[in-house]
Design a protein. Structure first.
Length: 339
């Protein structure tokens, strides 16, 4: 083999090896809906072709429990799409690496950790909503509810499905909001009465709305964007936003403390807080971390922001374990089997 050809082959080999080592695999834990992940990943990897995302996805409660269990030996590099209250709990346990992403000044202050630099930064927000199947309501002569208290009426016995707060972020935002709205004693009394009308507790926040859309239950306690999406797709749903006020949650991103891929994780955090990412989020959410990008949804009330309760995310994070334990003791008997 002549020297020129040999040198060419050696150069090619080193280029190939170098390219292989240039790629970073970023392990990202998420509770994002499966139908959101593909678009978010494609946009990020187009901007950063040297970084490949490896997702670990499940419901909020399960991802939170997994991260807490791995506290001393973290497996995740970053989190992209998990409840702010869950991230607040991890920040309190010193599990997150504070970081101020590019463009932080554009982020709504109520959509981020208040520390500087923040431990987590919001992406979007989702609010409680009732998905009512109008066909089933008419068939069973059910009135359309307008308040949370309406759901405790005997006429709805067995007709309601809602998420389990131990495994679903949507379920936890409901329960923590009721305790804040009504006070702890009256909040648990309300849930005792509501429990009599619950057919099942699901382990997914979107599933109650899906079950209402398919007619398996008349009413699903779910969240705004899932109901709006199903209604847009033709489901026979009326969306109800109870008049007492709506629990809501921030969906956020964070970097795990001790990650060996810090630079790549910071690029993910920068992208998550960017205008480009917020334009992706607005296809699914009415409340955005960058409010100026949000657009109205014809299936959601124009004043949705004014209906949100003054949610104390710090209180929710600090009391999450206690609340979930109490709820489980009282109501877990109607939870669906876990897969």
């Amino acid at each position: 083999m002549n020297r020129l050809l040999l040198n060419t082959l050696i150069a090619s080999l080193f280029t190939t090896v170098g390219a292989a080592h240039a790629n970073t695999t970023l392990t990202v834990y998420t509770a994002l809906e499966a139908d959101q992940i593909k678009a978010y990943q494609a946009a990020f990897e187009k901007k950063h072709p040297d970084i490949n995302i490896q997702w670990v996805r499940d419901s909020t409660g399960i991802i939170t429990a997994k991260l807490l269990a791995e506290k001393d030996q973290p497996q995740a590099d970053a989190i992209w799409g998990l409840a702010g209250s869950a991230l607040g709990l991890m920040a309190a346990k010193d599990m997150l690496a504070p970081y101020a992403p590019q463009g932080l000044e554009r982020i709504d202050p109520k959509m981020r950790d208040t520390n500087n630099p923040p431990a987590w930064v919001g992406m979007d927000g989702y609010a409680a909503a009732l998905c009512v199947n109008t066909i089933e309501a008419k068939k069973h002569n059910l009135p359309i509810p307008s308040t949370w208290e309406d759901l405790t009426k005997p006429v709805y016995a067995g007709k309601i499905v809602m998420p389990n707060p131990a495994s679903s972020g949507t379920g936890f935002l409901d329960v923590s909001a009721w305790l804040q709205l009504f006070g702890e004693d009256k909040g648990w009394e309300f849930m005792d009465k509501l429990h009599q009308n619950i057919g099942a507790y699901t382990h997914s926040g979107s599933k109650p709305c899906n079950l209402a859309a398919s007619g398996e239950y008349a009413i699903g306690v779910s969240f705004d964007y899932r109901g709006a999406r199903l209604k847009q797709d033709g489901a026979p749903l009326e969306l109800v936003f109870p008049s007492e006020g709506l629990g809501w949650e921030v969906e956020a991103a964070a970097i795990m403390k001790g990650t060996k891929n810090l630079e790549a994780a910071q690029k993910l955090a920068d992208f998550s807080a960017s205008e480009e990412a917020n334009h992706l989020y607005k296809t699914n959410f009415a409340v955005l971390a960058i409010p100026a990008i949000a657009t109205s949804n014809p299936h959601l009330p124009a004043d949705l922001n004014t209906r949100l309760i003054n949610n104390d995310f710090v209180w929710a994070a600090e009391n999450r374990e206690r609340i979930v334990d109490e709820w489980t003791k009282r109501f877990d008997g109607k939870s669906e089997a876990k897969n």
